[in-house]
Design a protein around this ligand. Structure first.
Ligand code: ATP
Length: 237
């Protein structure tokens, strides 16, 4: 059974029809990537899953249960962890405080402490910078913090929106290694990426979104070999 399923989801911003019947699924343990050009609706898809955008039609099911009418905080509590585009860390709070806010639903301090240790083990750089204000971190460190903060929720699915955006190549590689490591450790991941090449390398399956519609889907390896995908998204052909 799918952990996450979108069925014929339509979403609007005013009169703009941003999602025109998107259907997709993510099984437990998968990395699924959503690729597509600017404005295709990738971020809107993630925002619809986490309740920030209400679908006008269609359904979002998480663990078999409809969640598209729930408020965002209830969707978080069910185990949906969204790392938004642009990192949005709290600039005046320290790294450590940012992480603790991520675990706001957890009352057991020991659990919070253990999760923090796990995040620091994943990102030793954050441990070194734990007393530094979020706003003074480099772009790559802010991305690590944004991911780390969401991991503090111990989500059942991680929605990652353009984690490679604006990062130097070596950091992009690092972030993608982290994504694979999280998956090996059992995390289910829905990854939105402009960097289709890398996304298709790490993902099990993929969906191509164009102007609010899924135009292609399949195993990531097959998508990477697809001439249309190569031409439009991999800069080949
Ligand atoms: P990008 O890679 O550029 O972030 P995307 O595939 O994530 O693109 P979305 O951000 O989901 O695309 O945008 C889908 C469409 O909805 C675009 O036409 C965009 O201009 C429009 N849109 C997004 N957010 C808003 C908003 N807050 N108000 C109005 N229109 C919006």
């Amino acid at each position: 059974m799918s952990l996450l399923e979108l069925r014929d989801v339509h979403a609007y911003y005013g009169h703009i029809h941003a999602l025109k019947g998107v259907s997709l699924s993510v099984a437990q343990g998968e990395i699924v990537t959503l690729i597509g050009a600017n404005g295709a609706g990738k971020s809107t898809t993630l925002r619809t899953i986490s309740g920030l955008v209400r679908p006008r039609q269609g359904e979002v099911l998480f663990g078999g249960r409809p969640i598209h009418r729930l408020p965002p905080h209830e969707i978080v509590a069910l185990g949906v962890g969204h790392v938004p585009e642009g990192r949005r860390v709290f600039p005046r709070l320290t790294v450590e405080e940012n992480l603790e806010i991520g675990a706001f639903l957890e009352r057991d301090r020991k659990v919070v402490q253990r999760r923090k240790e796990e995040v620091y083990a994943l990102f030793p750089r954050l441990y070194e910078r734990r007393a530094q204000k979020g706003g003074t971190l480099s772009g790559g460190e802010q991305q690590m913090l944004a991911i780390g903060r969401t991991l503090m929720q111990d989500p059942r699915i991680l929605l990652l929106d353009e984690p490679s955006m604006g990062l130097a190549p070596v950091l992009v590689d690092f972030i993608f290694e982290i994504i694979q490591r999280l998956n090996r450790e059992g995390r289910t991941i829905l990854l939105v990426e402009q960097n289709a090449r890398l996304a298709l390398e790490v993902a099990h399956r993929g969906y191509v979104l164009a102007t609010g519609e899924v135009t292609l889907s399949g195993p990531a390896r097959e998508l990477a070999q697809n001439p249309e995908v190569q031409k439009a998204y991999l800069g080949e052909g």
